[in-house]
Design a protein around this ligand. Structure first.
Ligand SMILES: C[S@@+](CC[C@H](N)C(=O)[O-])C[C@H]1O[C@@H](n2cnc3c(N)ncnc32)[C@H](O)[C@@H]1O
Length: 261
């Protein structure tokens, strides 16, 4: 599916509760900056990474609700950055490992142990950071119930994706789920003649699913680039119903893969 502009009421409620997607915003910007350091809980866990796409107002609550959570589940977030989802999951009792190489990546955002420690203290969570690529993270086979990756895949060079998806398959338990959002850029093929922009590329999702060896469990192939059912003119005709990025022209494709037991 593609994230809609109109959100279900429980997504809106979730965003209000967590201050997603940009952090709780006291009216005065300076006050917010000060609060980030003095009283981070007033800003909430979504207030600590650089401002990102408005499509996240759909992506975060969708990802959080995509698979029913139970305390004690183990999850990896690929490219968790300093975003709030990892702390919201951890607050629900999920044991989260954020695997993010930060600025070593081709398109990398700053994240390090000191900042994750500070946010864990503020939000009384226990997120673990592996500040490296997933292949270097020493994650045990079949030891995770869930893998999340929010708006990260499209920023990674395509040549690295097969190996990353292979790791996802290896670390998931049978029956485990991989919850993904992947940007669909409106300035690239199949909507234009260009194949790359300054941040990434449109990834063939059917190919991605094949590389993973997992099955598509949730997601509409008509709204996932690369599937034969995908219809660019249909997407453009529906544009107003989708939440599109305003800083960058993109939509959020959302889908869940399952490792069949
Ligand atoms: C656009 S940001 C998205 C951050 C976050 N998931 C969010 O919800 O906003 C992409 C993140 O992916 C990370 N990244 C880039 N290449 C990566 C890779 N090969 N493996 C894991 N993370 C990567 C970056 O460092 C950055 O934190």
């Amino acid at each position: 599916m593609i994230g809609r502009r109109e959100l279900p009421e429980h997504f809106e409620r979730w965003n209000r509760r967590w201050g997603a997607p940009y952090g709780k915003r006291p009216r005065h910007v300076l006050r917010r900056q000060a609060l980030r350091f003095t009283f981070p809980r007033a800003v909430g866990p979504f207030g600590f990474q650089p401002d990102n796409s408005i499509t996240r107002r759909f992506e975060y609550p969708w990802a959080f609700h995509a698979v029913p959570l139970r305390a004690g589940m183990r999850a990896v977030e690929i490219g968790g950055s300093l975003a709030g989802l990892q702390f919201a999951l951890a607050s629900a009792g999920v044991k989260v490992v954020n695997v993010d190489p930060g600025e070593r990546a081709t398109v990398g955002w700053p994240v390090n142990q000191a900042s994750i420690n500070r946010l864990n203290r503020a939000f009384r969570t226990d997120v673990e950071l592996r500040n490296c690529f997933i292949e270097e993270a020493g994650l045990e086979a079949e030891s995770f119930d869930l893998v999340y990756s929010i708006s990260t895949i499209e920023h990674i060079p395509v040549t690295l994706l097969a190996s990353i998806l292979g790791e996802v398959n290896r670390i998931l338990k049978p029956g485990g789920r991989c919850v993904l959002t992947v940007d669909l850029f409106l300035d690239l093929e199949p909507f234009s003649y260009e194949t790359r922009n300054i941040t990434g590329a449109n990834i063939d999702i059917q190919w991605l699913v094949e590389q993973s060896g997992l099955d598509l469990e949730q997601g509409d192939p008509a709204e996932l680039y690369g599937f034969p059912e995908f219809d660019p003119k249909g997407i453009m005709g529906n544009l107003f119903s989708y939440q599109y990025g305003t800083y960058y022209p993109s939509l959020a494709q959302a889908f869940v893969l399952v490792k069949r037991a």
